[in-house]
Design a protein around this ligand. Sequence first.
Ligand code: UDX
Length: 432
Amino acid sequence: MKLCMIGTGYVGLVSGVCFADLGNNVICVDKDTKKIDLLLKGKIPIYEPGLSELVNKNYRNKRLKFSTNLKKSIIESDIIFICVGTPTKKSGSSADLSQIFNAAKEISLSINKFKIVVTKSTVPVTTGDQIEKILRKKNSSKKFSVVSNPEFLREGEAIRDFTYPDRIVVGSNDKKSNRLMHSLYAPLISKGAQYINTSRRAAELIKYASNAFLATKITFINEIANLCENTGINVEDISIGMGLDKRIGGRFLRAGPAYGGSCFPKDTKAITSTADKFKTNLSVIKSVIRSNESRSNLLLNKIYKILNNKVKNKKITFLGVTFKANTDDMRDSASLSMIPALSKKGAKIRYFDPTGYKKEFSKLKNVQNFENIKDSVQNTDLVIIHTEWNDFKSINFKNLVKGKKFTIYDMRNIYSPSKIRKQGFRYFSIGR
Ligand code: UDX
């Protein structure tokens, strides 16, 4: 099939290249000429394991194209995926849909034959209805169908998540578009992926409800971890004990810093704001947002306690600063609130991240980037393991530093407390 992906951000680029790999002809379009120029040179603007190889393979075999010409790309395609950003509005907590509606207006001017217009971006319930209205202004409703097909890709695991999805959700209000979408996904369905067809509004809500539920699960275990710390219990025993109940499931029960990233913080806010508009109070999700927003402060207080409230001039090393491992994404990372707070109190921050220097800290006093773990921990007072990269999972701390021993605050519970303490290090973790 001939596909057009509008927006070459995370969602558009990953799904575009994966669709090309399944044998479709895909044009990825973006207004950002710099991004398209990079992609045309075989360079990938984001860090995602395996993406570069897949882009280059499909670009070489000509199934994948990059363009800034939206009109031409729409005319040449059968299915158009809207994959633009839906960030939180500058004021308030609802989603800013301006990029979605701009894309819909552009599409409405170039419908030359029947097209399926699919929203892959995360959009509030009834956005599909509004897109349909925009398209109908310039076109007969027989010429198009608006479908919701949310993506559930995790950064760092995106290609695997696309290829082996738990489910494919397609929300359509007519049989023709459902049939075509089903055949687009046939190669994944034949390998066992569950395909569910719902109303368009239901598909829009499935995405938000799923992300809000996962955010709730993480926040729940984070609060249980707080209780474990005060009662001498290991939170990992709780996660295993709860997770073995098939109704609960063991995934997303890892306690840690506040959840971050491009989806959970934004989507939890957007779903409560949409619900408010429909006079529905999603009080559970509202309290999840509050709890998560206060989590970085809670962990900061623990850091102050570890340092006996003497933060000034203390050398603190962060191992990993992104919102989680296997990504270079800093969006809503807990480090963005913890590092400035510590720097303000006079601490000397060093950090090492496998994805390198971060411009987010460039204006802060006393924050220094290091190229490797060893240099970043020399003469340090406290090492904070902030993300769970494999690079941090088998560090021989004893061999790293000769002499002066530092304290370790392992926010991802990577190490065994007894083994690290046996090596003579003070060691703290989360909920144990
Ligand atoms: C998420 C959803 O998982 C994905 O389906 C959706 O399409 C986009 O949003 P992503 O943001 O890439 O994906 O990351 P994810 O792996 O879900 O982690 C989100 C946050 O939760 C991270 O900060 C992570 O560290 C945290 N997390 C996750 C935990 O603290 N504990 C867990 O057990 C799992």
